[in-house]
Design a protein. Structure first.
Length: 158
């Protein structure tokens, strides 16, 4: 595996750990509180992050490992996230799912030959998406939401 791909596999793992660390900074009992009107609570952010990594990124990466040039369905997070928020799920379970999916993606990618990182499918609106693109998206997405949750926690403590 190239150093670049090894680094990306490490980021897939560490980004989930960063998300878990950010959640630990949230004051107890404030997980559903929004920092300001129109902004997401920690719960909303985690449910979104879980849905994207499990229902979109992990699924697309797996399809690319076993299919040739799949066409990816569009994903509308809003309705799915809102439906999930109606069900009481312990945040620890949501976070565990995120960490487990990142770990599974990292395991799948760890053994992937460098040439296969460019295997790609097509999204009807966004165009070509390779395994490398989706792995980078998974790491970026978790890192972005870890920063969002850390900032939310800071504002909720103020």
């Amino acid at each position: 595996m190239s150093p670049e791909h090894a680094q990306l596999v490490g980021r897939v793992r560490s980004s989930a750990a960063a998300l878990a660390a950010a959640v630990r900074t949230v004051p107890a009992g404030k997980e559903t509180q929004t920092p300001a009107p129109g902004e997401w609570s920690v719960r909303e952010t985690l449910v979104h992050a879980r849905n994207v990594v499990v229902l979109v990124l992990g699924l697309r990466i797996r399809r690319l490992l076993y299919e040739t040039a799949p066409v990816f369905a569009d994903y509308d997070d809003g309705p799915v996230r809102r439906a999930n928020l109606q069900e009481p799920e312990p945040l620890s379970e949501v976070l565990d799912m995120i960490v487990a999916e990142h770990e599974q993606i990292a395991r799948l990618l760890r053994a992937l030959p460098d040439a296969d990182w460019q295997r790609a499918g097509r999204h009807p609106e966004r165009g070509a998406m390779s395994i490398e693109f989706l792995a980078r998206w998974a790491a970026d997405h978790a890192e972005d939401h870890a920063a969002q949750i850390a900032a939310t926690a800071e504002r909720l403590c103020a």
